[in-house]
Design a protein around this ligand. Structure first.
Ligand code: MN
Length: 245
């Protein structure tokens, strides 16, 4: 099968910043490949994207145009909602043809069972966030986010995004993050096994191999684009990091 690429947590603020340019260069590289690829956008690609508002479509116009071209030329793109980009279906799925997920999903790539999730449900102690996640996805809130005027949504969203960042920065005990991340992986493996699990959200790049139920399992965290720009690639049965920095 063709190559599969996993990207998350770029946190793009606008089309012109360096991270956005690197991402666009990568999308351009995909466009030039002879065989269509599979691209998994793992959430928090944008620092803020809510619903289908023209505000976001205009702000990230060049990226949207590039993704539209990729879908039209046969590439498969999946978008997992993060905690900075949500209620994506009306625009990203219904208009652009990108399949949107808001929960973990299983894929079969070259006979390898891969579980993907954004990763915002990995920390069981994070009860406040789990409530917020549920609340933001209830029908009334969904309706509000989709129908409030763009300026109001972006104002509220920017504030929420700031708070979320302060929260993430405040929690930089890397050993602790690694611990709850790996605990989570063992726990979900018991619910439904896989060969590889890929996640993002905690901004801590990780490549962890373990054995469970006599099976060798691998877990990747995609890290963030704060210091470098890496993409995880699955090609010809092998996993590797692609450094775009
Ligand atoms: Mn996140």
């Amino acid at each position: 099968m063709s190559s599969v690429y996993f990207i998350s947590d770029i946190h793009i603020h606008d089309d012109k910043e360096k991270k956005a340019q690197i991402f666009l260069r990568f999308l351009h590289f995909l466009e030039e490949q002879r065989t269509p690829a599979t691209l998994i956008l793992g959430g928090d690609i944008f620092d803020l994207w809510l619903g289908a508002h023209p505000y976001f479509k205009n702000k990230f116009k060049t990226i949207v145009e590039k993704i539209t071209k990729l879908v039209r030329s046969g590439h498969t793109i999946y978008y997992f909602e993060g905690n900075h980009d949500l209620h994506l279906k009306p625009f990203w799925q219904d208009q652009l043809g990108v399949k949107v997920y808001s929960d973990p999903e299983f894929f079969l790539f070259d006979g390898v069972v891969v579980r993907f999730e954004h990763g915002d449900q990995m920390n069981p102690e994070d009860r406040g966030y789990h409530f917020l996640r549920w609340f933001l996805r209830t029908p009334p809130l969904r309706w509000l986010i989709l129908h409030l005027p763009s300026w109001l949504v972006s104002a509220i969203g920017n504030k929420a995004s700031q708070m979320s960042r302060q929260y993430t920065d405040g929690l930089r005990d890397e050993d602790k993050i690694r611990e709850f991340m790996r605990d989570h992986v063992h726990r979900v493996f018991e619910q439904r096994p896989f060969d590889v699990v890929v996640h993002g959200h905690v901004h801590l790049r990780d490549d962890y191999t373990f054995e469970q139920d006599a099976k060798k399992v691998r877990s990747f965290n995609l890290g963030s684009w704060d210091h470098d720009s890496r993409i995880l690639r699955f090609e010809h049965g092998k996993w590797s990091w692609l450094d775009l920095t």
